[in-house]
Design a protein around this ligand. Sequence first.
Ligand code: HEM
Length: 406
Amino acid sequence: MSTAVPEITFDAFEPSERADPYPAYRRVRDAAALFPYAFGDVPVTLITRYEECSAVLTGADWGHGYSAGISPFRDSSAAIPGSFVRMDPPEHARYRKLVAKAFTPRMVGELAPVAGGVVDELVEKAVQRGELDILEDLAVPLAVAMIPVRLLGADPADGARFREWQLAIARGSDPDSLLGEADVTARGAAAIGCMGYFAELIARKKRTPTPDLLSELVAASVEGDKLTEPEVIGMSLLLLVAGMETSINLIGNGMLALLRHPEQLALLRERPELIGPALDEMLRYDAPTQFTIRVALADTVVGGREFKRGDGVVVLTASASRDDRVFPDADVFDITRYAGNRTARKHLGFSLGIHYCVGAPLARIEAEAAVRTLLDRAPELRIATDTVEYRPSLIHRGVLALPVTM
Ligand code: HEM
């Protein structure tokens, strides 16, 4: 079984395509569902279309393969205890369920007014100034307030340190085979700084528990065994890494899409109840997470091709979410696409399967508060720059700044 691969070059990861990688995704998607590629020195297959991407993300034959020792990817975060995003069943579920408890409807109901209060204050200050950088003045302080401070119970005065650590760690989230030495060193230093901070914080929570997820994790046990301190530290680091850069970029990419489509922005002002479907469309149209990686855990077949145990693939979720085979007019930004439409296919912005984003409810709360408040409080919202620059990351997609006048 094999599929012929047309001779095109995959260039979506080139700096020249950073402003808009979607035409490059389209070229490769239209050429082949499975495309051979090299991730640095690691040979992989790019999975470009929706059906094949979702088959890999939901297939029991696919996972990460670190515990089995078969992953071709070098990812030092996989060695961090408790970092369940790189774990396979059965250990993955044991850790995930402890964190999922923080995102029950009741907890989410408690978090929404907190996010609303933070956003109100930030936007009020901006309205007085008449200008705002949606990234640094809104999305970043909101993410700091919600994740290290509210969820993990860190001191609000330490917010700037978290932002610094998180940036270095986010930059280092691309596979090691694609990173420079300086990025790897900076990521290591940030992870050590952050883990030291959490160790001290955990000691405090042991003495005096507070109503936050970190105190719950300190008290929690996995199948009767208490979580070890390194596991609690690893889980905290995972929440910070998985939650901050992504939720910041949803607000940045989503607001940019609205500002570039004034008729959609006007529609959302007119029909605020469309906020939920609009967030899904933002995640489909310009996702903060562009891809994920997987490894065949057994010999298996996807897209008519055989994969051997230990083969690595790059699941191009951002390409799949623009696949015309399942999304009509996939390149059109349409905030009504998901409105009352039960047949619209799920975008892959939060992935699928057992690793589906456990923090999705919090991400939605943050983005809803930010977008709603901006639209309510700034009737004359305008983008204040001709050029938008992107971070040099591949897995994370996000703008460096998004200045607006209001
Ligand atoms: C818009 C914001 C967000 C986006 C786009 C996003 C995206 C994703 C994606 C694509 C995955 C799956 C990765 C894979 O399949 O390999 C994931 C998993 C995860 N996300 Fe999010 N995420 C967001 C916000 C958050 C937040 C706010 C948190 C928590 C504070 C969070 C925590 C996690 C965790 C812990 C996982 C691992 C789940 C598992 O392996 O079972 N995420 N996220």
